[in-house]
Design a protein around this ligand. Sequence first.
Ligand SMILES: NC(=O)c1ccc[n+]([C@@H]2O[C@H](COP(=O)([O-])OP(=O)(O)OC[C@H]3O[C@@H](n4cnc5c(N)ncnc54)[C@H](O)[C@@H]3O)[C@@H](O)[C@H]2O)c1
Length: 258
Amino acid sequence: MTKTVAIVTGAAGDIGRAIAERLAEDHDAILMVDIDFAAAERAAHALGAAERFIACGCDVTDEASVAEMAKRAETLGAVRTLVNNAGAARAVSLHDTTAEIWRMDNALNLEAAFLCFRAVEGQLEATKGSVVNIASVNGMNVFGHPAYSAAKAGLLHLTKLIAVEYGKLGIRSNAVAPGTVRTQAWEARAAANPNVFEEARRWYPLQRVVDPRDVANAVAFLAGPQAAAITGVCLPVDCGLTAGQAELARTFSQSEHY
Ligand SMILES: NC(=O)c1ccc[n+]([C@@H]2O[C@H](COP(=O)([O-])OP(=O)(O)OC[C@H]3O[C@@H](n4cnc5c(N)ncnc54)[C@H](O)[C@@H]3O)[C@@H](O)[C@H]2O)c1
């Protein structure tokens, strides 16, 4: 029987790795795509057997590199799931954002998802598969990192564009918007302020930040049969951040119940 394949980009990172691990529960093979091939190999090796977790070096912002990655995926079996997870933020404020940073953040956080989807859309059509885009709460409200955030907002729109145009082919498209997740992406901020997660925690209704496995579970749900009628949505995995802030509700209502 043909093997089912999931592609996870940025799979050497903490969230990508957790997604790869979780999707292995309902896919035969996971193509772990990352620009850092050595790191992808280490992550694949740590997760399990070489025929289940396959490292693939690819720059998702480069069309030729993405085309190679899509060919590689096809050799493994039938691609049922594409997770556009590779992403990064470079400048913290508009004041710090150069034109080059603006373009680089858009290339990685928005355009790459378009390139990867177009490269595997035929394979997804054949399996009636789905794409899950890893956006961010930054694509929904302003929390800093403007170029990254504008790109993530664009990614949410791309999610809907795919859902509407490709729905007739049986392809579903959804997004997950994580809040703060403790990963290597926070290293510089955690080094500058060791209390950064403690400070972040107080803004979250659940009083904690997100774990990579929380994101992975949401991806598995959206990619799986239980979400067969769900397309074009964004599922925040944000411990309640985008619902509101208790501290603000307390000030506005002058009620101690918040
Ligand atoms: N960590 C958070 O708090 C948080 C919050 C919301 C959303 N997210 C999103 O989750 C996703 C994963 O974030 P993370 O925290 O695990 O980041 P991470 O830095 O740990 O991992 C990102 C991975 O992407 C890879 N990558 C970077 N550029 C690439 C390219 N051009 N081609 C291929 N791979 C490339 C990196 O090598 C790295 O392994 C990102 O899209 C990020 O925007 C993260």
